[in-house]
Every structure is written in C-alpha cells, then in structure tokens.
Design a protein around this ligand. Structure first.
Ligand SMILES: Cc1cc2nc3c(=O)[nH]c(=O)nc-3n(C[C@H](O)[C@H](O)[C@H](O)COP(=O)(O)O)c2cc1C
Length: 327
C-alpha cells in the first residue's frame, strides 16, 4: 500500500489514532511490535493555531518515527489549512483529517462526525488542507450520520477528487458510536468501484490475526487499522504480521513479557509526563496488559487503585512472583 511517497508493507496493520492512548510512548511500543504505521491522538486545529502547549506536545514524534501521521480536527477550512501547515513545519509526514469522531464535545462544535451531515464543508476543508501542504493528506471517517443517511459511497470519490492519498473507514455510523458491529460489506462496495483508486484502510472490530486476514482476503482492503484491541496489547501487531505473512499464530505473551512491557511503558511515561499523570494514564492500560490471565484480578485491581509509584512497583513484584507458578 502506498500513501504518497510512503510505501508500506504488503499487509499493513496500523495502530488507530486514539485520544489518551496513542501518545509518542505507546506509538513507539506498537511500532517496535510491528505496527506498520501509527497515528497521533487527534489534535484540535484551533488549539494548534493558538499554539496551545498541550497540542504541541502531541505533535512531538519519536526520533525514528517515519512516516509520522498527525491527525487534526476542526470545522473551519481556513483554520484547518493553517493548522495543517503548522503541523507540516513541525515534522509530520502525513496529515490525517478526522471526520469521524462521534463524541458530543467534538460534534457539538461541528467537527469530527458532524461533518458527515455537511459533506460540502468536509470537502471544502479537505481541499483547503490539500492545497496548503506538500505532504500527503488522508481522511478517517464513518459510513454516515445514521442508517438513513449513509453517504460513504458518494463521499469517497469526492474526497479522492480533492487529492487525498488514502481513506480509513470505521464502518459504523455516528449514531452507532461503538455499539453493534462494524458493517464490512461497505468495503466490498468501495473496492468494487473502479473509479476509486486511493487505498482504503479497513477499521472496526479487528481483534485477532484471523480477522485481519479476513479483512484483506474477503473484503479486499489495502490496510487494516486496529484500535481497542491494541490497547495494552501491542503484541497483536507481531501476531498479525506472523499470521498474514507466514500463516503462523504466535503463542500469547507470557506474564513476564507483559510485565516487562507494562513496566517500561510506565517508566517512560513517568519520564515524559511526571509521576502523577503517568499513574492516571496507565490505569487505561493496566486492565488490558493483564487481561485474560486466570486469578490475576486482585493484582489488576490493586494497580488500578494505586496512587504512588513504589506501590505499583511492589505490585509488579507480586505479579512477578505469581508468574513463577503461572507462566
Ligand atoms: C479511547 C479511544 C480514543 C479514540 N480516539 C480517536 C481519535 O483521536 N481519532 C480518531 O480518528 N479515532 C479515535 N478513536 C476511534 C478509533 O480510532 C477506531 O476508529 C475505533 O476504535 C474503531 O476501531 P476498533 O474497533 O479497532 O477499536 C478512538 C477510540 C478509542 C477507543
């Protein structure tokens, strides 16, 4: 799959942009585990233009992070264009436009999935951003606002005409939020339209190497994007790579593997954001790093309730002792 000048591997498996999850540390961990491409968390175009520090922190990339995709959201073509220029100057290799976020605080401002109700504004934003930057611009969106207003088949050719380099579809409507199942039949419709030349990345409910393989072979997508199933489970990228390229399913990570990646994640987060924020942010990961291990619940709960670093390291020690009998 090709995005502008960037050639990805044969079966690209991509880490989805996730607010509060895909900061530079977690992107690095997933990249090392085989993610073909990683995206920043979404960043408000308004706050980039206002030069808000938090937004600039989110634009910061790892030294060897190429290509680096930065996702922006907003509702104003001029501001989105300005923000895109700033992001390009800051070192982004690809800009992704968020036209799919269903959250009330975003939609109520006319951004994210709200643009599915105003496709002309979505097109105006896309055109302006493509004109303002020299790097590839991609789009991530949903099927439509609700089941009575599914616009994706008409929308993709229009976005392609604006000059975008790839499109990711989370195959749900805005109304569905994350409920029900993603409707993958739309990928077959998009991929059988011979006028659509840009790569189409499939997203929604991929949580195993088998589902990733199905996405490529049964639904013909050019790339697969994984969100929730990659939270605290960076091994999914290794496993997908192995299954897609060598037909081999890898054994699940041992408790020691999980401990060592979780500990490194915490340590790097402490260095980047300080102890207090790191502990709060790691709570989103503790549950999933140790998911599916019988009898580990007490340690997981202890991690979730813990408020200081020494206490967390003690719990890690206990898990390490627990692992001796359970690995
Ligand atoms: C915690 C969380 C944060 C997310 N933040 C973003 C975001 O910043 N930008 C975006 O385009 N999608 C965001 N999403 C949506 C995901 O990128 C993805 O489209 C969605 O989770 C469906 O994929 P999945 O079934 O593999 O999880 C977020 C999802 C989650 C669970």
């Amino acid at each position: 799959m090709q995005i502008g000048k960037y050639e990805l591997e044969k079966f690209p498996v991509i880490l989805a942009p996730m607010d509060g999850i895909t900061d530079k540390i977690y992107r690095k961990i997933c990249k090392e585990m085989g993610a073909s491409l990683t995206y920043s968390e979404f960043i408000s175009a308004d706050s980039i233009v206002r030069e808000a520090k938090r937004s600039f922190d989110k634009i910061s990339k790892n030294d060897d992070e190429h290509p680096f995709v930065v996702q922006i959201f907003g509702n104003n073509p001029i501001i989105m264009g300005e923000a895109a220029s700033i992001v390009e100057c800051a070192g982004a290799d690809i800009i992704d436009l968020n036209f799919g976020c269903p959250m009330k605080k975003i939609v109520s401002k006319g951004a994210g999935a709200a643009l599915l109700k105003n496709p002309q504004l979505m097109i105006d934003i896309t055109k302006n951003v493509v004109n303002k930057v020299s790097i590839p611009v991609t789009v991530k969106t949903r099927l439509g606002w609700d089941e009575s207003d599914i616009i994706i088949e008409k929308l993709v050719p229009r976005l392609q005409d604006c000059g975008i380099a790839a499109l990711t579809l989370h195959a749900r409507t805005r109304k569905q939020l994350f409920a029900g199942e993603a409707d993958w039949s739309y990928f077959l419709k998009l991929k059988s339209n011979s006028s659509i030349k840009i790569p189409i990345i499939g997203n929604g409910d991929i949580d195993s190497p088998q589902k990733a393989k199905d996405a490529f072979y049964a639904y013909n997508v050019d790339g697969v994007m994984i969100g929730r199933a990659a939270i605290g489970n960076p091994w999914i990228f290794k496993n997908c790579y192995s299954f897609l390229n060598n037909d081999l399913l890898l054994p699940p990570p041992t408790i020691d593997d999980r401990l060592s990646v979780c500990k490194r994640h915490l340590d790097e987060l402490v260095m980047l954001k300080g102890e207090r924020i790191a502990i709060i942010e790691m709570r989103k990961f503790f549950k999933s790093y140790f998911k599916g291990i019988p009898n580990i619940k007490q340690y997981r709960l202890a991690l979730l309730n813990s408020t200081n670093l020494n206490e967390i390291y003690d719990i890690f020690e206990s898990i390490s002792r627990f692992a001796i009998n359970h690995n």
